[in-house]
Design a protein around this ligand. Structure first.
Ligand SMILES: *[C@@H]1O[C@H](CO)[C@@H](O)[C@H](O)[C@H]1NC(C)=O
Length: 225
């Protein structure tokens, strides 16, 4: 699946794409010009202009363009610049709902060092996963029309965004089609990637036990390879 199709499907499913912080122009006017500047200053030849959506799914980018020594360094610079500009739009609580840049950089190294595994696994994620995410989000009232409003407690936001991440993971890792398509060596890498991308606020102990299961598998993955 190419990046465009992948992003389209994810957006259709309401897949989490860093909507945690409101960076739209009326709310955070510094973001749009900063984003252009970040892209201009650290352009990676051949890759699309970077946005928070592209960064959320960077593992689907073309690795031969991304993973050379110079492009990878440029990509990390651009990402650092974008994360900083994006986080700048949110207060301290909301910053915790964004992937940590140091973890993101580790994720880039992981994806580049095992690009074949990541590409294979990503190619296994298809329509059935999207359907699963769509159904569960609807049942649990986690669709775009259910975004908490600003007068609600912060833990409502934590639940909304972190539970969406959990649902994505449950749908991906429990899916029969993905299971049949992937191999045992690809799964731990993908779990490790998801763990690195997990925002700090989503790792708090207040969350459901299934998150512990995901962390457990990711740690097993870390120990096995
Ligand atoms: C990735 O980029 C290289 C270099 O431009 C190109 O040859 C290759 O076909 C691309 N791969 C994919 C999957 O688009």
């Amino acid at each position: 699946m190419n990046l465009g199709t992948f992003l389209f499907l994810l957006l259709q499913a309401g897949y989490q794409v860093n909507g945690q912080i409101n960076s739209n122009n009326a709310y955070c006017p510094s973001f749009a010009p900063n984003k252009i500047q970040c892209n201009n200053d650290h352009q990676v030849p051949g890759l699309p202009a970077l946005s928070m959506t592209v960064l959320s799914n960077f593992h689907t980018l073309n690795k031969s363009l991304l993973c050379g020594q110079t492009p990878k360094a440029q990509f990390k610079e651009a990402a650092r610049c974008l994360f900083k500009s994006y986080s700048h739009c949110g207060d301290n609580d909301f910053k915790g709902l964004v992937t940590k840049i140091s973890k993101f950089e580790e994720a880039v190294d992981l994806v580049c060092s095992r690009s074949d595994l990541v590409d294979h696994y990503a190619s296994c994620i298809g329509d059935s996963v999207i359907d699963c995410i769509r159904n569960r989000e609807a049942r649990e009232k986690l669709t775009t029309s259910d975004v908490p409003s600003r007068d609600e407690q912060f833990n409502e936001f934590v639940h909304f965004y972190c539970r969406k991440r959990e649902i994505e993971e449950e749908c991906i890792f429990d899916d029969e089609d993905v299971d049949a398509c992937s191999s045992s060596s690809t799964v731990p890498t993908f779990r490790e990637l998801r763990l690195l991308m997990k925002p700090p606020a989503c790792s708090s102990s207040g969350l459901m036990s299934s998150i512990t299961v995901v962390i457990f598998y990711a740690l097993v993955g870390l120990c096995v390879h």
